[in-house]
Design a protein around this ligand. Structure first.
Ligand code: SAM
Length: 265
């Protein structure tokens, strides 16, 4: 089961909001029906970051349905002023979602790299409404550009991807393969799909974010690293820590936003 720390979700939110693709967001809003209120379903809503980004940009009244399996995150989201109907549900049970259809928009931020291809196919197959838009934002796409580069970056990246592609509760997670895989699933089901870059731009002054990422990536790699290669990890971590302390490190993390819809007849 994938557990996310509220402190981490708060830390990443400003980077997420700065990164999101404005043209794709505008395209999504322009594609929504004229209906008011709109019905919007946010999967894996966490603290409500996706709501905080999208709600002020919606041009009409919206009813939000917010789903997450973590009761603490849902509680925090409500305390942060997120307005909607909350469900503490496991996303494994897609039949629950059907009880809430039809909706105009199914959205989720930072979710697709955690799920499996089978889960995406089941979700799309179960919407039962040709007019539902899908808008999945901030999916990690495998790019990590550390500046300055280090010879062990590529090894770290490959190990990190291997760690991502484990079962996080919704089948074998797509990890860095999520965007092309989901695009193909949606196209096979007759959707038109658009993507837009939503890369994190992390500067040397963003020390808490860099620290969280170096620590998080190192812990993930440590979990799967053979004992004989742990010294590589320690070397990489030590160099990166030194660079962070001297504000010499910056990072771009590649993400993609994805919009999918069926052409109206
Ligand atoms: C990376 S976080 C993103 C949270 C939020 N959308 C954001 O952008 O900050 C992934 C979210 O999915 C939720 N999640 C993961 N697996 C889940 C599952 N099987 N059922 C329900 N929620 C799940 C987590 O609790 C977490 O809130």
């Amino acid at each position: 089961m994938a557990q996310f720390d509220a402190a981490w979700l708060r830390r990443r939110e400003p980077f997420d909001h700065a990164a999101r693709s404005i043209p794709l967001t505008q395209q999504m809003i322009a594609r929504l029906p004229e209906r008011s209120p709109l019905r919007i379903m946010d999967l894996g809503c966490g603290l409500g970051s996706n709501y905080r980004y999208l709600q002020p940009r919606m041009e009409r009244a919206s009813q939000w349905i917010l789903i997450d399996h973590d009761a603490d995150l849902l509680q925090h989201a409500q305390e942060l002023g997120v307005s909607g109907t909350f469900y503490q549900w496991e996303l494994t049970h897609l039949e629950n979602l059907r009880k809430l259809y039809p909706v105009d928009l199914i959205t989720g931020s930072a979710l697709l790299d955690l799920v499996s291809a089978e889960w995406v196919a089941a979700l799309v197959g179960a919407t039962g409404d040709n007019n539902t838009l899908f808008f999945f934002t901030l999916t990690y796409d495998g790019r990590q550009q550390w500046q300055p580069a280090h010879p062990l970056d590529e090894w770290i990246r490959v190990m990190f991807h291997r760690h991502m592609q484990q079962d996080k509760g919704l089948g074998i997670a797509l990890g860095a393969r999520a965007v092309p895989t989901v695009c193909q699933i949606l196209k096979n089901k007759g959707f038109t799909v658009h993507t837009g870059d939503s890369d994190w731009q992390i500067t040397p002054a963003d020390t808490p974010m860099l620290t969280a990422l170096v620590t998080g990536i190192s812990l993930a790699v440590q979990e799967i690293c053979p004992p004989g290669q742990q010294n590589r990890l320690q070397t990489w971590r030590r160099v990166r820590k030194h660079q962070m302390e001297h504000q010499e490190l910056s990072l771009i993390v590649g993400h993609q936003d994805l919009l999918a819809y069926r052409e109206r007849q």
